[in-house]
Each structure stands twice: as structure tokens, then as C-alpha cells.
Design a protein around this ligand. Structure first.
Ligand SMILES: Cc1cc2nc3c(=O)[nH]c(=O)nc-3n(C[C@H](O)[C@H](O)[C@H](O)COP(=O)(O)OP(=O)(O)OC[C@H]3O[C@@H](n4cnc5c(N)ncnc54)[C@H](O)[C@@H]3O)c2cc1C
Length: 296
């Protein structure tokens, strides 16, 4: 369901880069939305000691994370819990699709962090041709059909439950780290669970199944639900280099109106760089909005 309002800047990701971009956009009096997955951010949280962030000689990542979130709240911003699955150019800006809602914005700042995702064989080739990253968006295409869900996170289990109301057969391959996280799905009688490891999506021009380590699963559609999505899968046509999204000194990507900041633009993977790039990206997004749509 699309949200009616148009934001000036949509920030995708709620780590240091995204929060810095949002803060600076807000201070420049732009209408900002932060779209961030469950926890902002696991990396910052897991850092036991940060000793190179100016002004804070001896602080844990978690303490810094709390300070960042408090600062964001203090300027009237909040984080919308949403995993963005696709960004599409449209009339006067972009549509950002998440699991349940789509948002509209004049500019986008990508701050999704570094992605360690390795797609399985044939996943990228068949994306949009039987392979999907979003059940809410594409589930209705598989009404009465057989689908598989490669479930890398908790959200995938909700997606499987949703698909069980539409599809004739839903098979979940749980790939979550915590085994007990799958219990909820196992209790749904309409869902079959196969404990196995996916090796490849099969099919020539359209996905026809999943090659698992121990067996072949024949299905009509495959939903791959994991936390991270490669940036060029998020935005079609986005140029990426081997270690990150290609940007210029303004942190502009090759797509007009889309900026990127932080670890997702490449090394060094460091806090100060992420926060600095978030600011530069936001200021250039502000400039872009003012030039293109008139100052507010
Ligand atoms: C153990 C450890 C210790 C570290 N110690 C230091 C240190 O001492 N000093 C230092 O400078 N750096 C340190 N770092 C690096 C630092 O944490 C990172 O450089 C920094 O977090 C990068 O910020 P970021 O915002 O670019 O990305 P991230 O912090 O990774 O944040 C990205 C966010 O975007 C979200 N996201 C991704 N995709 C989507 C999507 N499609 N939709 C919505 N949200 C999405 C993610 O869930 C995440 O919350 C450390 C890292 C680790 C792992």
C-alpha cells in the first residue's frame, strides 16, 4: 500500500551513515524518512571498544549507538522498521518498496552497510523471473501455485505464513541461525519444512525449482528472504565496483537523485567515514531537492 506523502529524502539503513544523513537532512528542514531493518546497527552494537571516534576516547559501540539514537530522537526523527526490497524511479522521484508499505521520496540516500551476501547460483539471473525478494509485492503472482521460501531471517517466516494464504503449497527451507526460530512455521499445517541447504535455483528462463544438497525441489516460485540485498538488486542499473557502490565526491551514484554513504560505498569500513559521508550525501541531496523541486 503506498503512503500518500512524498518525502524529500528517504534514507535506507539506520547505521551511523544513515542516521548522520537523516540528522543533516532534518536540520536543513527537509522532510526525511529513515527506513531501517530491525536493529540499528548490529555492527555498531558489536564493537566492544571504539577508540578512534573523535571526542569519545573510550566508549563501547553500544554506548555510541544509544547516543546516536537519542540524538536522532531529539530532533524529532524516528526509525520506520522496514526492510527495503526495491527502489524504483517514477514521477518526481522514487518509490521504495518494503514488506508492507511503499514510500515515495524525491531523493534517496543508500546507507545499507557492507553486504556480505553471496547469492546462490542462478538467483540473480532469475530475479523477477520466478525469484523474488518480497512476498507482499509478488505473492499474488503465485496464487494457487507451489512456492519455496529460503528463510534466512525471522521476517521470512512471516512471509511464509502470508504466502500460505495465497499459494497452493509453501515449502520453507529454514536457514536461520537459531533453530527454535522456525517453530512458528512448523506449527502452520499449510507449510512444509525441509531441512536442507540450497545450492542453486534451477530453470532456464524462469525458475522451476531449487537444487538442495540432498534433493531437488520443484516449485513455480522462489522467495529469497534475507536481511541484506545487494545494492544493484535494490536499484536496477546502479553501478557498483568490487568493494561498493560507485560514487563521486558528492556521494552521488550514477542514478540522478540517489546518493550513497558509509560502508556501502567501500573501504575503509570506519565510523567516522560513515558519519562524514552521511552528512555529505544528505547535504547534496538537499541541494538536489532545492534545485530540482524548489527550496522549501
Ligand atoms: C566488531 C566491530 C568492531 C568495529 N570497531 C570499529 C571501531 O573501533 N572504529 C571504527 O571506526 N569502526 C569500527 N567498526 C566499523 C563500523 O562499525 C562501521 O564502519 C559502521 O557501522 C558503518 O556504518 P554504516 O551506517 O555504513 O553501516 P552499518 O552500521 O552496517 O548499518 C547499515 C544498516 O542498514 C540496514 N540495512 C541494510 N539493508 C537494508 C535494507 N534493504 N532496508 C533497510 N535497512 C537496511 C542494516 O540492517 C544496518 O542496520 C567495527 C565493526 C565491527 C563489526
Amino acid at each position: 500500500m503506498p503512503e500518500e506523502q512524498i518525502y524529500d529524502i528517504a534514507v535506507v539503513g539506520c547505521g551511523p551513515a544513515g542516521l548522520s544523513a537523516a540528522l543533516n537532512g532534518q536540520i536543513r528542514r527537509k522532510k526525511v524518512i529513515i527506513l531501517g531493518s530491525e536493529f540499528c546497527s548490529p555492527k555498531l552494537h558489536s564493537s566492544p571498544k571504539v577508540d578512534n571516534y573523535l571526542g569519545f576516547g573510550d566508549i563501547t559501540g553500544e554506548e555510541l549507538r544509544q547516543k546516536f539514537l537519542k540524538h536522532i530522537e531529539s530532533v524529532g526523527l524516528s526509525i520506520n522498521r522496514a526492510r527495503v526490497t526495491g527502489i524504483y524511479p517514477g514521477e518526481s522521484g522514487f518509490t521504495l518498496q518494503s514488506q508492507d508499505v511503499s514510500y515515495r521520496a524525491r531523493t534517496v540516500v543508500l546507507a545499507t552497510g557492507v553486504s556480505t551476501v553471496k547469492p546462490i547460483d542462478n538467483e540473480i539471473e532469475l530475479l523477477g523471473r520466478g525469484v523474488s525478494y518480497c512476498a507482499t509485492c509478488d505473492g499474488p503472482l503465485f496464487e494457487g501455485k507451489r512456492v519455496a521460501v529460503l528463510a534466512y531471517n525471522q521476517e521470512a517466516l512471516d512471509e511464509a505464513n502470508f504466502l500460505s494464504e495465497i499459494a497452493a503449497e509453501v515449502t520453507v527451507i529454514p536457514l536461520l541461525k537459531e533453530e527454535n526460530e522456525t517453530n512458528e512455521v512448523i506449527q502452520n499445517p499449510k507449510i512444509k519444512v525441509i531441512e536442507d541447504v540450497p545450492k542453486a535455483i534451477t530453470g532456464e528462463n524462469w525458475a522451476t525449482g531449487v537444487a538442495l544438497e540432498k534433493q531437488q525441489l520443484e516449485v513455480d516460485g522462489i522467495f529469497v528472504i534475507r536481511d541484506a540485498i545487494l545494492p544493484d538488486q535494490l536499484v536496477s542499473g546502479l553501478e557498483v565496483a568490487p568493494d561498493g557502490i560507485k560514487v563521486n565526491r558528492d556521494l552521488a551514484t550514477n542514478i540522478e537523485g540517489i546518493f550513497a554513504a558509509g560502508d556501502c560505498t567501500g573501504q575503509p569500513y570506519q565510523l567516522s567515514k560513515a558519519v562524514g559521508e552521511g552528512q555529505v550525501a544528505a547535504l547534496n541531496a538537499v541541494k538536489y531537492v532545492d534545485t530540482k523541486h524548489g527550496a522549501s
